[in-house]
Ligand binder design. Sequence first.
Ligand SMILES: Nc1nc2c(ncn2[C@@H]2O[C@H](COP(=O)(O)OP(=O)(O)OP(=O)(O)O)[C@@H](O)[C@H]2O)c(=O)[nH]1
Ligand SMILES: [Mg+2]
Ligand SMILES: [Zn+2]
Length: 391
Amino acid sequence: MAKNKKVRVALKKNRQKRTRANDLTRNYESQGRASEETAATERVRPKGDLSRHRTIVAEAGEATARVVNDDASEAETAAAQRVVDESTCLKGRVMRIHGLICIVQTDDGRMLPCHVRRLLKSLAIEGRNVVTVGDRVWFRPASAGGEEGLIEKVEARRGVILRGYRHRQHVIAANVDAVLIVSALAEPGLKLSLIDRYLVAAEIGGVRPVIVFNKADLVDLSLYQWVVGLYAQLGYETIVTSAADGRGIDRLRSLLRRGVTALSGQSGVGKSSLLNVIEPGLNLKVREVSDWTFKGKHTTSTAELIRLALGGHVVDTPGLRQFELWGVVPGELEGHFVEFRPYIPHCRFPDCSHSHETRCAVKEAVHRGQIHAGRYESYLKLYHRKPLDGD
Ligand SMILES: Nc1nc2c(ncn2[C@@H]2O[C@H](COP(=O)(O)OP(=O)(O)OP(=O)(O)O)[C@@H](O)[C@H]2O)c(=O)[nH]1
Ligand SMILES: [Mg+2]
Ligand SMILES: [Zn+2]
């Protein structure tokens, strides 16, 4: 049997008053253990009067997906480590989230609405739920009265696409095997730095990236061969598609047939349209008129996990207005630009950031055309943490 250990978790400040004024022992214990748990992290929220902690029992040694030093991952870890009585729970996957209700599909295909257990909800950071579309959850089924089931545990995630949003971690997709980075050759047009950002995010999250160049029917493809070639040469899988004339759809189908694939990319590039062509019965909402200049409104508003008739699952995600990387420090970025690697050892300074330094072998390679200037620009934007609009 796995050994259990106690985990201290910070609960949302949801009570206004202490029930007892004099609780020095509790206070002491709380401070003592909490500092042990958070020794390696920096607290963003103050531990004010109303902060509360609770000890929960967790299985020692249970693997957690990642270690990112933030409150959100602390909460996630605690959620994944909860010990619940397996015999009273069913397992399933979160397909959609509507407000407080998660629609969970059981392994035998039934769809059940579930609430999230209060303790798990308390772990949420500033209203963000600890449960995300794609999560594998354990839930206590509804009683005969027909009420909603209750989610008791969220399994550790594998394969995540994360972004930073307002200085917090946001899980775009959880438990995915691959991500289609969908871009459009026209309307709205390519945004290489966004593709590069997704590529790094996929690598950090342990997800296989596939770059999709959609709306090929709108352009003279010969003018875009260079960009398809650029990424193919770097070793990335690329597909040229058109939801309008059906190009590349067969390849997409065979790719989506296995595992769980997320579709990500700017609003209006055609993520939902591609899925509708792949499986016409889906009837996903797409933008009515091809008015790509119309900003401010996303056609898909929440992520949804869809089981395809041909096999496999897809997550249709809404186009993101902002996409900031999460979980990577600037000094580690160079490792995610695969074509930089042969040059890095030849930089004069061992800690070269490849931005302002002299005798930087990466910059020299850019000047000689051995590294594409656009890729280097993407690196600089990420290095200097320049925000990048997704729209
Ligand atoms: N010509 C052409 N138009 C396309 C293609 N794919 C999508 N469109 C059009 O582009 C517009 C946007 O498509 P959507 O499928 O709604 O885009 P989306 O990526 O799902 O957008 P969000 O849900 O807002 O993130 C629609 O008007 C589509 O008809 C294509 O391959 N060729
Ligand atoms: Mg959409
Ligand atoms: Zn350098």
